[in-house]
Design a protein around this ligand. Structure first.
Ligand SMILES: [Zn+2]
Length: 338
């Protein structure tokens, strides 16, 4: 059997930029188009690279900014994704409610969907789905909570409005904002409270420590090994997380070439492996497996990621202070670029 690989992109305007007084257009350019001094590296670039390798992605679009900016801005995200043959699914950042005006839900307040009682979660998810569909999306079959901040009531709410899959369960975040009550080793397609669970995939990076499979969190080597491991152990699904702005530096002023290289390496690894196949949620056929074996830790591989992260911070986040550092970073970069 082939392993269905879901490359998922949480696609969202930035509330922080809105709070700083940035216009809707500039927010779109930074958060969605990924415009920076080096060019554009957001969803349009990412779709182009996916298409280059014959792959499609799943874009979890947050429609809540429609309550602040109007529905047009969400349509400008949804339409090109669909037109190019990729998939749109539902994401939600309830933090936007605080800035919504003249809307029946605008008295509700909460950082995460899990902060609301069940009745309000049903209303919020129903409204968010409607906003996404007004923007041109087909009825979503999958959901991911912003900040992975879902709980069991979120699953009950999804079940009551007929959303088939949830992808908010992130085993690496259960000590953080993810409050879904499931064992860490819950396999894909497990049924919980009326919803099919598609967890974010994880690897072991140190014995006893798991790490989410997120584009900016794993080195190219870790991603390649994790994909090959999932195929070798016949995982039904392998679910990767990314963001519309993931390829930019933290301050979004420039591209991070380490992440763009990882992106291409990931695409190539999926495209070339005969037992891996890109997949969305709409045509996903459930395939149960009682347990999954996680990619075991490899301390050399983990150590080299630390090196890659150091290069990333020095070269692409902090700027380089001296010729000495440039030489050091170049040496380190050649060691970790594998
Ligand atoms: Zn998000």
């Amino acid at each position: 059997m082939v392993t269905k690989v879901q490359f998922t992109v949480d696609t969202e305007l930035s509330l922080r930029l809105h709070q700083q007084g940035v216009s809707a257009q500039d927010n779109f350019d930074s958060s969605i188009t990924g415009r920076c001094r080096d060019g554009e590296f957001g969803i349009f670039y990412q779709m182009e690279r996916l298409e280059h390798y014959g792959l499609t992605g799943v874009f979890f679009v947050d429609p809540m900014p429609a309550l602040v900016y109007g529905p047009g801005v969400i349509a400008r995200i949804v339409e090109p994704i669909l037109k190019r043959g990729h998939e749109v699914q539902l994401h939600i950042h309830t933090e936007w409610l605080e800035f919504a005006q003249g809307h029946e839900l605008c008295d509700l307040r909460g950082r995460n969907i899990a902060d609301f009682p069940l009745d309000d979660q049903v209303r919020l998810l129903d409204q968010a789905r409607a906003l996404l569909m007004i923007a041109g999306a087909p009825e979503p079959t999958a959901f991911r909570a912003g900040n992975f901040g879902a709980n069991d009531d979120t699953l009950r709410a999804l079940s009551s409005i007929g959303v088939q899959y949830d992808s908010s369960f992130n085993p690496a975040f259960v000590s953080g904002e993810c409050a879904i009550n499931l064992p860490l080793d819950t396999p894909p397609f497990s049924q919980h409270l009326g919803v099919g669970i598609i967890p974010v995939s994880v690897i072991q990076d140190r014995p006893g420590n798991i790490r989410a499979v997120q584009l900016c969190a794993l080195s190219a080597w870790e991603m390649r090994d994790a994909l090959a491991h999932a195929a070798a152990y016949d995982w039904p699904c392998f679910t990767i997380v990314s963001h519309s702005f993931e390829l930019l530096s933290r301050d979004r002023s420039k591209v991070n070439p380490i992440i763009t290289r990882r992106f291409d390496g990931m695409c190539q690894a999926i495209a070339e492996h005969r037992k891996l196949e890109d997949a969305g949620f709409h045509r996903l056929v459930p395939r149960g497996k009682s347990s999954l074996q996680t990619l075991p830790a490899n301390l050399v591989r983990t150590a080299l990621r630390y090196g890659e992260q150091a290069v990333s911070r020095l070269r692409y986040e902090a700027g380089i202070a001296s010729t000495f550092l440039i030489n050091e970073v170049t040496t380190l970069e050649s060691v970790v670029a594998i």
